[in-house]
Design a protein around this ligand. Sequence first.
Ligand code: SR1
Ligand code: MG
Length: 416
Amino acid sequence: EYRILHEADLRDYLAGLPEVAARLGGVPASWSISEVGDGNLNLVFIVKGAAGGVAVKQALPYVRLVGESWPLPLSRSHYEYLALTHQARLAPGLVPAVLHHNEGLALVVMELLEPHIIMRKGLVAGALYPRFAGDITTFLARTLFFSSDLAVTAAHKKEGIAAFAGNHALCKITEDLIFTDPYRVAEQNRWTQPWLDATAAAFREDLDLHAAISRLKLKFMASPEALIHGDLHTGSIMVTESATMVIDPEFAFYGPMGFDIGAVIANLLMAYLASAGHERTAGERRLFEAWVLETVEDVWTEFASEFLELWRTEGHGDGYPRTLFPGEAGALRLEAERQAYMARLFRDTVGFSAAKIIRRILGLAHNIDFELIEDPKRRAISEARSLRLARAMMVDAESFPTIGAVTKAAREVRDW
Ligand code: SR1
Ligand code: MG
């Protein structure tokens, strides 16, 4: 049943979906259809009619960035649909509504997010998003907490793990591209040459770094703590000044919570360190960079506070049975356990954040924060600062006991 949809097929297909056709309005021939996908994997169409619009995402049977030589299962569309509907229940208003899903065509039709833009593009242009920290922390706290053993029964959790277990091809991309390739000779690696040649070579020889990234890789592979988005970079977030929407959860599976939180923080840190390479006035630059670092701090502190509050009020899962913590002494002890849990989660977050930075500079998939810095030497300076920060965060975890220590180190490396 699968075929790659082109404009004419898509028009006919959507015309056969009464709810979608009604949302678009007018006759199908009047709909405008454009393919706008700029991600690494899929086709994305924007369809607009007299009454409204929809977004259509179709998985390709291969990695779009590389081509047909790298096949990829269409089943990722099924997992994306599952994750989107799950996230919509747990974090209403923070993900697009799904209007239609066709498993055979590996296609999802969603509400069109307008006037939202991809957050990464806004950050490259120096825009500030005052609602972002509050919204993303609500998304993170609710999706992670409510799919964890702290909130659900053991049986429910295991059914969740089983439902996403087949998404292993997407996990393998992460295991290779984030946790392995940047640290070895791999054909697809690339970096800003010749300025980063020596750093890339040093990272390939650095056994402290190899031990640290391998610990993180194992955590990624063997810690089904919660249903994670799995690719929560700023290209997977759409924003306006007053709204935030998380998209593209096709990498979703039960994994370590710190991977999602770390992804958000990593991408903010890269926006911060890329800022020096983009054209903006000194005043704009100061304002933008101060806002980004404040947002990094808010992301962790607001996430931690929302997550802890959920645990205190909705912690009815099998993970920490309340019956084992009776009375005042029990309550105090349980609270101490919660604080220890958050300290461990913070360490994971810092490590994963570092891994996400390194992969964008030495691995296959880069980001426009750096790529749009036209002068390669200036780009390499921002990237080298980011690599220096990331290496320290990964190898020297004890030096980063708080999020303030992370932003302080980012500020220091900004002037390096
Ligand atoms: C070959 S896919 C490269 C990257 O694109 C996705 O957005 C993920 O980040 C993946 O690692
Ligand atoms: Mg919040």
